[in-house]
Design a protein around this ligand. Structure first.
Ligand code: SF4
Length: 765
């Protein structure tokens, strides 16, 4: 019999359930006359005479990790600005950071659990919520097995230290194979390519922005996103600096984005064809004798295979596919090869497409062939202080990565890094039979808006026997839940960017204490302490009990973080490296610790079984035939792509007035020529139809988009019944993922195709 799983075991992952360590800076009760009652953390917070305080906290809203200076009085935020002393961001912030004040005070943000009673989500105590989960989850597990429970992790999970540390606890406790996340509607192709080439999931090279002379950007708009899989505050400033120092920035994108507008050159590309363009560049490098591996040469395997694979992709052959002139393709290859410091960087547009993994792979193939991988000013590997798979084990060699160890039940989609494609979730709920998903746990996710064919998924969610959500809102997904367990405001939580520091353009470590204490009645159950014992093998030659004693009296996430830092690449190794880092060292530096610019790491960073950079991994080689076939394929007359806005980040920031005010941003961009042909007027409405669904959306006519392409941002559509988002509902927009086809996947990564969706467009009647 399967033992019952208490969901409470994993709850501390959703907030700082640990009590603050002794010595924290706190405001004494009684308003005026606040005083510092702490000791060791005093440098984090400046307390003024009148009770005003200034705290420092890393912004957790996007990947840029800007330092914030947050002024408060009592429990109110009175001001937010960039922390000029932050070692990485040096005062830079974007408009989203100001919204933290509104998010913290948002009356729609859940502060107590909700339990469905009589069909309505009603406030409940934590004990009542846990009891409801126990009452309903146990029988499902006993009767239908562990796979009957699925888990979906949303994007904010990557920005939460607590979730990052404890999500695995929940997954291990549940033991389900049905694990889904936002990774397969986002960056999974890059992680697959990196794993196959370099040996671990986060061995993703990032452009050395501050020292490069030439940057080729594909499918990314860092002027508004501030970078992704590339952690760097003030990317706009850093890109402008490249041009100021005489360098060049070239953008390839179906839209003339803000990044493209400020670049040295911009070329439109047909959505979904980046892999063809990149193969055209690779072909040119070989054909013109421009391949220069430099110091990488002894560490690269598969160069001849890549040369053979690239043969059919002549610039003339790829031009009809990608829409970029053959001479431009050749010119890009020559410029990359000729620049002393250059990098290729690609992101969301190249990942969320049918050839996402091939495109992600070819980006780094070009970086290797031009000799720019792992070179100063090229594409380099960060080394995060909390350590990662490429800092553990034997330097220069490892087990590599394996995929497809099992498949999804219904369509046999292979697992990738233990996950199944998010696009499979609805069918796993709907399709009867052994292993059918009957219960779902969502963690900080809104798959109803973020994953393909949102309408189908919503119908599936409504049919679940049990749904439990850990979330701060009743949104389009959690409105279907039977129990919602609230999280904390970002500034009620301590913070350390576990994943993003592995992707930063400079090695930096910053730890933030909570600005405010969590509410006194917020659940503080210490049910995960046993997890700290998991590294109970000797560490740095020291006995586990000795290590545990050294970590005391820390609790919860801080205890784990301290362990990771001290055993990480800069760590004090529990005394073996007396000048090394631990959490105490970070606590003493509220503006972060600069660990220096990126440094070459090959071969030490590699964890492939061969100990080489695998330039031609077998799964990628096998997929090239599919791309070759696409060279001959006629393109769809009209395709849909997404769009990012500076004041939005997926769906969850739309309930903040400061971010949604002004002109509606959920509009369809269409080229003037297409608008005239289709009878669309600026400000009018269009009906957009795909295989998966149809939506109506306001029209914006522009010449900043390629003819034959329309663009609608995702994350909107907040007018569903029972959603409790008052501001978002007033700015509802429409869910563009209703047009995304849940059957269209990049086969290697399971990533959904969200760019290049074939659509028809007509004037709405
Ligand atoms: S760029 Fe990102 S991290 Fe920086 S302030 Fe804006 S949302 Fe926060």
């Amino acid at each position: 019999m399967i033992p019952p799983v208490r969901i409470g075991v994993a709850l501390p992952n959703y907030g700082p359930l640990a009590r603050p360590p002794p010595g924290r800076v706190q405001v004494a009760p009684g308003g005026r006359g606040a005083r510092c009652i702490g000791g060791s953390h005093a440098s984090k917070t400046v307390v003024m005479e009148n009770g005003a305080r200034t705290s420092y906290h890393v912004c957790p809203l996007c990947e840029a990790t800007c330092g914030l200076e947050i002024r408060t009085r009592g429990r109110e935020v009175t001001g937010i600005r960039g922390d000029e002393a932050d070692v990485f961001s040096q005062g830079f912030i974007c408009p989203k950071a100001y919204a933290l004040k509104e998010l913290d005070a948002d009356p729609d943000r859940l502060r107590v659990p909700l339990v469905r009673r009589g069909g309505v989500l009603a406030p409940a105590t934590w004990d009542e919520a846990f009891a409801e989960i126990d009452r309903r989850l146990g029988p499902i597990l006993r009767e239908h097995g562990r796979d009957a429970v699925a888990v979906y992790l949303g994007n904010p999970s990557a920005h939460s230290m607590a979730i990052g540390l404890y999500a695995q606890v929940l997954l291990r406790a549940l033991g389900t194979r049905n694990v889904f996340s936002a990774s397969t509607v986002d960056q999974m192709p890059k992680q697959v390519a990196a794993g196959l080439m370099f040996g671990t999931v986060l061995s993703i090279p990032v452009p050395d922005l501050d020292r490069t002379d030439y940057l080729l950007i594909l499918g990314a708009n860092p002027f508004v996103s501030n970078g992704s899989l590339m952690t760097a505050p003030d990317v706009p400033g850093r890109l402008r600096a490249i041009r100021r120092r005489g360098g060049k920035v070239v953008v390839i994108d179906p839209r003339r984005t803000r990044t493209a507008a400020e670049a040295s050159a911009h070329h439109f590309i047909r959505p979904g064809t980046d892999a063809c363009l990149l193969f055209g560049i690779v072909h040119t490098l070989f054909a013109e004798g421009l391949v220069r591996l430099g110091p990488l040469a002894p560490h690269v395997a598969g160069v001849e295979q890549v040369e053979a694979l690239a043969r059919p992709f002549t610039p003339e052959a790829v031009t009809p596919c990608c829409g970029i002139d053959a001479n431009v393709v050749r010119g890009l290859a020559r410029e990359l090869a000729g620049a002393s410091r250059a990098a290729v960087y690609a992101r969301i547009g190249t990942c969320t497409q049918e050839f996402g993994t091939l495109a992600s792979w070819l980006v780094d193939v070009v970086n290797v062939l031009t000799g720019h991988l792992d070179q100063v000013g090229g594409a380099m590997f960060a080394k995060g202080a909390s350590g990662s798979a490429n800092t553990r084990g034997t330097p220069g060699r490892g087990k590599g990565v394996r995929f497809g160890r099992r498949t999804s039940r219904v369509r046999q989609a292979p697992e990738v890094y233990g996950e199944l494609p998010a696009a499979c979730l609805a069918e796993e709920i709907e399709t009867p039979g052994e292993g059918q998903v009957r219960a779902l746990i969502t963690i900080a996710g809104n798959p109803a808006l973020s994953t393909p064919n949102g309408a189908r998924l919503e119908r599936a969610l409504a049919a679940l026997d049990l749904m439990v959500s850990l979330d701060i809102y009743v949104n389009e997904t959690t409105r279907h839940a039977d129990v919602i367990l609230p999280g904390l405001s970002p500034i009620e939580q301590s913070h350390y960017d576990l994943a993003l520091r592995q992707l930063a353009i400079r090695n930096v470590a910053t730890y933030s204490l909570p600005v405010f204490d969590p509410p006194a009645d917020f659940v503080t159950r210490q049910r995960v302490e046993h997890e700290v014992a998991s590294p109970a093998s000797p560490i740095h030659g020291r006995d586990a009990a000795e290590i545990m004693a050294a970590l005391a009296p820390r609790r919860g996430p801080e205890r784990l973080l301290d362990l990771m830092l001290r055993t990480g690449p800069y760590g004090d190794a529990f005394g073996a490296n007396p000048d090394g880092l631990g959490l105490a060292a970070l606590e003493a530096k509220p503006h972060g610790i600069d660990l220096g610019p990126l440094a070459p790491r090959i071969p030490e960073v590699l964890r492939t079984p061969s100990g080489k950079i695998e330039l031609a991994p077998e799964p990628l080689v096998a997929d090239v035939a599919r791309l070759r076939a696409a060279l001959e394929r006629p393109g769809s007359p009209m395709v849909l792509i997404g769009r990012r806005d500076l004041r939005s980040n997926n769906s969850w920031m739309h309930n903040l007035g400061v971010l949604v005010k002004g002109n509606p941003r959920c509009t369809m961009h269409v080229h003037r020529a297409d608008a005239e042909r289709l009878g669309l007027a600026d400000g009018g409405r269009a009906r957009v139809v795909s295989r998966a669904g149809a939506i109506e959306v306001p029209v914006e006519v522009t010449e900043a988009i390629m003819p034959g392409v329309v663009s609608i941002p995702h994350g909107w559509g907040h007018d569903e019944p029972d959603v409790r988002l008052r501001i978002a509902t007033a700015h509802a927009g429409v869910n563009s993922n209703r047009l995304a086809d849940e059957h269209a996947l990049d086969p290697l990564s399971g990533n959904a195709v969200l760019n290049g969706i074939p659509v028809t467009v007509e004037r709405a009647s």
